[in-house]
Design a protein around this ligand. Sequence first.
Ligand code: BZD
Length: 829
Amino acid sequence: VNPGAARPTHPLALAPVVSPPSSVDGFVKQFLTNLNFDQGVSLSESDANDQYLALAGTVRDYLMARWLEDQARQNEQQSKTVCYLSAEYLLGRQLDNNLLAARLTDIATDALAQCGIDINDLRELEVEPGLGNGGLGRLAACFIDSLATMSVPNIGYGIRYEYGIFRQTFVDGEQVEQPDAWLRMGSPWDFPHPEAAQTISFGGRTETYDDNGTERTRWIPDWSVLAVPYNMMVPGYHNGRVNTLRLWRAVATNAFDLRIFNSGDYEESVRAQTFAENISKVLYPEDSTPQGKELRLQQQYFFVSASIRDFIDTVLPADYDLTKLPDRVIFQLNDTHPVIGVPELMRVLIDEKGMEWDDAWAITQQCFAYTCHTLLPEALEVWPVDLLGRLLPRHLEIIYRINEEFLEEVRERFGDDMLRIRNMSIIGEHPYRSVRMAYLATVAGAKVNGVAELHSQLLRDKVLHDFAEMYPDKFTNVTNGITPRRFIRLANPSLAELITEALGAGWTIDLERLRGLEALAEDPEFRERFGAVKAANKRRLNEVLFQRDGVHVDETHMLDVMVKRLHEYKRQMLKVLHIVTLYDGIASGRVAAADVTPRTFIFGAKAAPGYAMAKRIIHLINAVGSVVNNDPRVEGRLKVIFPPNYNVTLAEKVIPAADLSEQISLAGKEASGTGNMKFALNGALTIGTDDGANVEIRQLVGDDNFFLFGMTEPEVEVLWAQGYTPADFYQAHAGLRGALDLISSGAFSEGDRSVFEPVVSNLLYDDRFMVLADYASYIAAQERVDAAYADQDAWTKSAILNVARSGFFSSDRSMRDYIDRIWHTPPVL
Ligand code: BZD
């Protein structure tokens, strides 16, 4: 709104925004307009990237009217909004998703064909925004898709990293990281709004002052940056709804320029600019061990402060009574990364809005809820008090006071139990003074949830035990989910069509309807068609991988897939030991190649660049692959494929082709997993431990349709308590000995025994994640897999039952659970 401008009088200026006509002609016209006027080229002169950008712009134009309307309507209705605070959104490609949501896929395809363009050629140009590491970031993307589809008011807040997750390449089998310059060819899906920028401050000191007789505190920061919002559309599926994802980019303030100008040092001024803009430069690629780096804390505060103030200053009306803030917003904390928002909201309410501490705290406690995504103690984020106090001195003071009052409450409740107080304190003392962000989130949040039943139980019993005792009602579970739009409709169109034919439309937004497929599992004709879909998906994968990496997938093989971040707790090593065991059997002559079930093993995994053991395991997988794939004795019956740079785009091709889903983490370590759900919903059978959401998958699909192996979480605890000696398991199992000895011998490293020695000795003498303890059980389960796969018809029946019984894992259901148990945010229709 331009307050200085005269009221418009032209009738068009008063009319609502008009969408282009939903017809091929309408689309062609809009596309050409964009090509000419936005890209500045004629059709005949345009290249594919021009066409892609114009196509994206056209899709955007169709969504625009609803986007603008929905924002206005939400403000009018004063609805409660879910502000999802997440440092990561692993979105995947946008074009197809947005075409699907807006029912434009066929129109766009025909329209482009009439312009002489094959839309498939343009699809391939899109670089996915990889603004996340893995499960946590992908979950955020699924959730905002579901909220839009359910017409629930939501703003996703995050960071617009200039470089997302690194591009992985292999050089001689070893991971080499390349920067992900995803913005290089333009970013047609987002809109910068520099006029809505927020100034975010850092450093400096605090002081108290007298405010008409009351002592108040103010923060005198040292430096600041601008947070510029970039808005992305989040269209709901076939409901016309368009929500917003608002990602912040750091830009230097004028103050920076001024300082430089005054100092007369031009180079210094440019450096200062770079310093400010570094904040949103790159996604940290560590997904489990927080690095405690100052820049990371700057990123966190940067986006959280910008988001909270954006909501208060620009989404709420100017005169809004902030004591009613909990009626209008819930800030959902996606892990601890945004938890600095807690003292930030306190600071805004007290220092800027003049509220009293107790009132501000009562409000804050209703405005936040916290989702925990881990069980690994080393993954729990802590910030050194020194660092936090230097960067955010006022926030540290506020955290101290929250802690004081909290510990007073603990004393009132449990008495002067020093051990308990030390254990529950938000401030840890060892090995250095630090702020425990998970504890701060737990104390401040209205609710705390884990991401699968088992995980939530372990949070209550172990990780946050004392807190659960103190606040039993705070703790709840919401099992993760995945969006069926992207991971069935888009990723597996042949299956989607078969399902629609069988059950009618409607299942895409009501996934429990897949139950209707149960009866069809008994129908031989349906089984045959289902099997044909799987085979076609294997052929499609073969084409993709041949194009991409020059490798072939044999469609007669069982496709055995393990795709996820590389981490020792996820136990890719167990999979390697299985492959080496099979290979050893053939190479030693003990097993005839002809007796081995033909299998292709597909891996996809990025290792954090600083995680040496994970990188060695990647090297080993590639090394085993090049030996196994080239040994004539294997007769092509075993094949290992490891396409580099596993990402959402590749997942969409790999998962629908899989027969077997590997979910083999050590019990009690994988909070939930979400890949496991995608596989089950695409008709793969799972081989898995009793961990994370595997537990719930198995309960739903039934034991007959799931290959369970390994210790349970309590059994893991018992073995640890007894004192675990992995070498005993090595001694006890000839197959395991054979596999480890073969790796040690240099068979996969051209005779150089030193290359994989650290991997083997780590397993023999440490083995934190008990790979050796579960080996025998895993191999036995794989033998059951082989036996089951021999009966293709029975296998297909199981696969159908997996699909039919996994509707629970729709992220629409997750959203309903969050709404019922935590948010209480009705849809706005
Ligand atoms: O979150 C994952 C868990 O490991 C999975 O079990 C779970 O299914 C998903 C979704 O709940 N956690 C992550 O992906 N964590 C990160 O990516 C991460 C990123 C930065 C810092 C710490 C963790």
